[in-house]
Ligand binder design. Structure first.
Ligand SMILES: [Fe+2]
Length: 367
């Protein structure tokens, strides 16, 4: 990528395309101290109040700087490296970590170990990178006293509180309001599909595990839906088009949200899966369309529940698992309460926490 000048105009040239940079795009980025607060990096002027039909009186390249004199009287030295970072419209941190597809054959994934000064360490950067690659990460040796899970979550970002509280105890209860609080098997699902927005990341911390069953299960919704797209494009299409209703009712609240089971970004890439077959209701569409929808949903469910895609493992006391609730499905095998206790604590955080921490650590360690 190169910046080129011609007749008081600025161009960028990436070898394939040469495009003029709008003079006002440059004017918005003047960063001398009267225009930009150095501490916060926030503007000290409001560009929406300026005339965008600005032109350049004089421009030159001086080593690493673009020196521009605008026709409103402002002169600025803009760092070319800093401008170049903005030529991509993508988030350059999290989007640059490619998702790795995985299924039941996944092995040798790195576990992390909690230690002093963990949250601002290079290890935390590696942990978050691994999280974005695989959609989950396991950290050993997390203290189990005083609801440490809340401290853990708040040291990465902020706990996402819900009507279940700041955190919740996953333990077999009498009169539960959700099957999670029984000892029954839980088939693969995503959490809270009825919330707007759905909590992005679930954290589960094992406090006690005295039972032989109760294994944790994970399925990569990204792998499954990418495979479905190849094998049954019609099924993939309808599941990514039809919005269904998810609902949760408790004595104090009625939560409801509508979404596709496979939600795509504007560019048709993977964004999110929601799957919780006890809670979803498809609207009344034409019979033929519903025929196709039900076949597609059944196929997707078979894939999610197939051994081919599932990994199973046992969380030991002090193990903490962080999983992407937009990408992975999770579940557990049943267990026998007579054998002893199985006690996990859970909470949610959102992507702003992990993304914010990752960008901070990248800046801190010059990565
Ligand atoms: Fe769950």
């Amino acid at each position: 990528m190169k910046i080129e000048l011609a007749e008081n105009k600025v161009y960028f040239n990436d070898g394939l395309i040469k495009k003029e940079i709008h003079p006002f795009w440059l004017r918005e980025r003047v960063d001398e101290e009267e225009f930009l607060d150095k501490g916060t990096q926030q503007r000290l002027f409001d560009p929406t109040t300026l005339d965008s039909q600005i032109s350049i009186n004089k421009v030159s390249i001086n080593e690493k700087f673009l020196e521009v004199n605008f026709d409103d009287g402002v002169t600025s030295k803009l760092k070319i490296d800093k401008l170049a970072l903005e030529f991509s419209n993508d988030d350059t941190v999290t989007k640059s970590i490619p998702k790795i597809k995985w299924n039941s054959t996944l092995e040798n994934i790195k576990n992390f170990k909690y230690q002093d000064n963990f949250f601002d360490s290079k290890e935390m950067y590696d942990l978050l990178t691994s999280f974005y690659k695989y959609g989950f990460v396991i950290i050993k040796n997390i203290p189990t006293d005083n609801n440490f899970i809340v401290k853990f979550a708040n040291s990465i970002g902020s706990v996402r509180r819900t009507n279940f509280g700041e955190y919740f105890d996953v333990i077999s209860k009498t009169d539960p309001n959700d099957l999670a609080y029984t000892s029954l098997e839980l088939s693969p699902h995503t959490d809270n599909p009825y919330r707007n927005p759905v909590p992005c990341i679930q954290i589960l911390h094992c406090i006690e595990s005295e039972v032989t069953g109760g294994l944790s299960t994970l399925v990569d919704g990204f792998t499954v839906t990418e495979d479905l797209k190849k094998q049954n494009p019609e099924f993939y299409k309808i599941l990514s088009e039809v919005k269904v209703r998810f609902k949760f009712i408790d004595k104090d609240v009625v939560l409801e949200d509508w979404s596709e089971l496979i939600k795509l970004n504007d560019d048709k890439t993977f964004k999110q899966v929601r799957f919780s077959p006890r809670l979803d209701y498809v609207p009344m569409l034409d019979k033929e369309r519903l025929d196709l929808y039900y076949k597609a949903r059944r196929k997707l469910s078979e894939m999610y529940n197939s051994e081919k895609y599932r990994i199973e493992f046992k969380l030991a006391p002090k193990d903490l698992m962080m999983m992407d609730n937009y990408r992975l499905l999770h579940g557990r095998t049943s267990y026998e309460t007579k054998e002893g206790n199985r006690f996990l604590q859970g909470c949610y955080i959102d992507y702003d926490s992990t993304e914010g921490k990752l960008r901070h650590l990248k800046r801190k360690y010059n990565l």
